[in-house]
Design a protein around this ligand. Structure first.
Ligand SMILES: *[C@@H]1O[C@H](CO)[C@@H](O)[C@H](O)[C@H]1NC(C)=O
Ligand SMILES: *[C@@H]1O[C@H](CO)[C@@H](O)[C@H](O)[C@H]1NC(C)=O
Ligand SMILES: *[C@@H]1O[C@H](CO)[C@@H](O)[C@H](O)[C@H]1NC(C)=O
Ligand SMILES: *[C@@H]1O[C@H](CO)[C@@H](O)[C@H](O)[C@H]1NC(C)=O
Ligand SMILES: *[C@@H]1O[C@H](CO)[C@@H](O)[C@H](O)[C@H]1NC(C)=O
Ligand SMILES: *[C@@H]1O[C@H](CO)[C@@H](O)[C@H](O)[C@H]1NC(C)=O
Length: 329
């Protein structure tokens, strides 16, 4: 089983999905129950973002952390290794589900008889929005970013279902349980250019902050691409904020004048815990898993702030907001 650090990081992008260890991270893709064919999706990840900038945390309560304003679509990004190599070139006209990547109604991958058909809001839409969602394999990999699927369901509503990968004949070859990240976990997958930033860097990716027990700390995992490629190799000694990934005090990314400095509990800690949090780019990507940052603040307290990514000169290149994982039932 492929299980490199890069793969680990890649899989960490599966924000709403349970990630436990390296293998299960990278391969939440398992063979479809009963599938006897030779295809084996050995790697990759799929990420669903709630749609639009309205998908941020809007309400918080003691029990239900998350109420998202949402237009009930999913935005899917994926990378699939080991899918059907003929997808993208084979003529699949008229072949139902050929090369599909779909959310199904089933709640787990253990029993084919419970996986059922495509999952969407049939009250709202009579046409199956998954029909057109297909992958194309190029040199053994298939990927796509930001495919919008109007399911009429929120990410919360699809969070306990499964994703099925099909081959070019429409057979189900792989199954991925979509499960929920740790309660109170925060994710951010909308990295936009920092307001006013005119440089060439354009960061994409996702970050996840898990709560650190009941501690007032965050545990950061991320995978980004498009950051400063010199981060990790450049000598940034003494350069404030160089290559940093930090939560700032601002509450939105629309106005640079409101983003302010690093966010932590200054009553509790005099030293800035963000200073040492830096990314290192390798082959265009940067990732990390489980970096603990003792901010003296709970995830609830940082939830409405922004995450800023810096280049090797310390300039702010990217900004994103966060929202909560669903509280598991
Ligand atoms: C693809 O398959 C369909 C259905 O079998 C057929 O009508 C069509 O002519 C084929 N297209 C090509 C380019 O071979
Ligand atoms: C799998 O999901 C089905 C319903 O979709 C449920 O009946 C069954 O108990 C689940 N199996 C496991 C192992 O969770
Ligand atoms: C499906 O859409 C209908 C009509 O907008 C809505 O009332 C219902 O809550 C939706 N169902 C789900 C499960 O979201
Ligand atoms: C890195 O930069 C610092 C400050 O400019 C300097 O003191 C140090 O010698 C440099 N280190 C290397 C390995 O070049
Ligand atoms: C952005 O946040 C600032 C305060 O941090 C606030 O004054 C401003 O209204 C917010 N802008 C938007 C578009 O929400
Ligand atoms: C910061 O830490 C102090 C001392 O532990 C605590 O009283 C306060 O509530 C904390 N502030 C926030 C915003 O969590």
């Amino acid at each position: 089983m492929l299980c490199s650090h890069a793969a680990l990081a890649l899989a960490l992008a599966i924000l709403n999905w349970q990630v436990t260890d390296c293998d299960s991270l990278l391969v939440p893709f398992v063979k479809y129950p009963g599938y006897m064919g030779s295809l084996s999706v050995t790697g990759g990840s799929v990420l669903f973002s709630p749609r639009g900038s309205d998908a941020f945390l809007t309400h918080r309560g003691p029990d239900v952390f998350l109420t998202q304003a949402s237009d009930a679509s999913q935005i899917m990004s994926y990378e699939i290794i080991g899918g059907d190599a003929s997808c993208g070139t084979a003529n699949v006209t008229g072949i139902a589900n050929a090369c599909g990547v779909h959310i199904h109604v089933g709640a787990n991958c253990s029993d084919a008889s419970t996986i059922g058909g495509h999952f969407w809001n049939k009250t709202l839409y009579s046409t199956d929005p998954w029909q057109s969602v297909m992958y194309k394999t190029v040199k053994g990999k298939a990927y796509a970013t930001n495919v919008r699927i109007a399911t009429g369901l929120t990410n919360q509503e699809v969070a306990d279902r499964v994703v099925i990968i099909h081959d070019a004949a429409g057979a189900r070859i792989s199954c991925i349980p979509v499960s929920i990240g740790s309660p109170g976990g925060l994710v951010s997958s909308y990295l936009v250019s920092y307001p006013g930033y005119t440089g060439k860097l354009s960061v994409m990716g996702s970050l996840r902050f898990s709560p650190h027990g009941s501690d007032a700390s965050q545990i950061l995992s991320y995978k980004i691409s498009g950051g400063d490629s010199s981060c990790g190799t450049a000598n940034v000694t003494g350069i404030a904020n160089a290559c940093g990934v930090h939560i700032h005090v601002g509450t939105n990314c629309s106005d640079a004048s409101t983003i302010g400095g690093h966010f932590w509990n200054k009553t509790l800690y005099s030293a800035d815990p963000w200073q040492s949090v830096m990314y290192a780019t390798v082959n265009g990507k940067a990732s990390a898993a489980d970096v603990t940052i003792a901010t003296g603040l709970t995830n609830q307290e940082v939830a409405d702030r922004v995450v800023i990514i810096h280049d090797a000169t310390g300039a702010r290149i990217s900004c994103s907001q966060m929202y909560f994982f669903k509280q598991p039932p």
